[in-house]
Design a protein around this ligand. Sequence first.
Ligand SMILES: [Fe+2]
Length: 200
Amino acid sequence: MKSNGKAKSPAKSARLDPTPILNQRGKLLQEYGKIVHMPIALEAKARQENVDSLNQVLADVITLRDLYKKHHWQVAGPTFYQLHLLFDKHADELTELVDSIAERVQIMGGLAIAMAADVAETTKIPRPPRGREEVPVQIDRLLEAHEIVLKEARDLVEQSDDNKDSGTNDLMASKLIPITEFQVWFVSEHVVDVPVVRAE
Ligand SMILES: [Fe+2]
């Protein structure tokens, strides 16, 4: 059988053709922002509301994760080593959360926001400069971003409680909030101005 690498309708012999089928584009299976039915005993209205809110949280947690990576790479000064490691630890923890949030969106019949350009258009976290900033500024940006995420997560705890979405409620209340509160504690202690050697 002749193959030019273009998509063609399946024929009996095509199943035996080992040539990769390239140049494939097609209609969307699902528009972003629309949900499909999922048999999880949860009303469409509740799923739509929580999918929309989860996608906002997702965009902001992806951005917070990326802010940690930026600071992991760009941190400078006497606390370089500890902050370099701490920022990366938090970025790794947030990557796991990102996956859980995105998969919760899919479980409810929604579509998770994914690509950087779409995240950038959606996030509420202010864009930092591309350049390098001092440690206290890096930390301040992280704490500001954390509080944006925590406010959204607390609102979503209430909303998901009201519309009986215990899965989303649990993800926010038992995972996202305690994990990121812990991160806030570890980061914020670095901008407490205490003597290093001699007590006042
Ligand atoms: Fe690294």
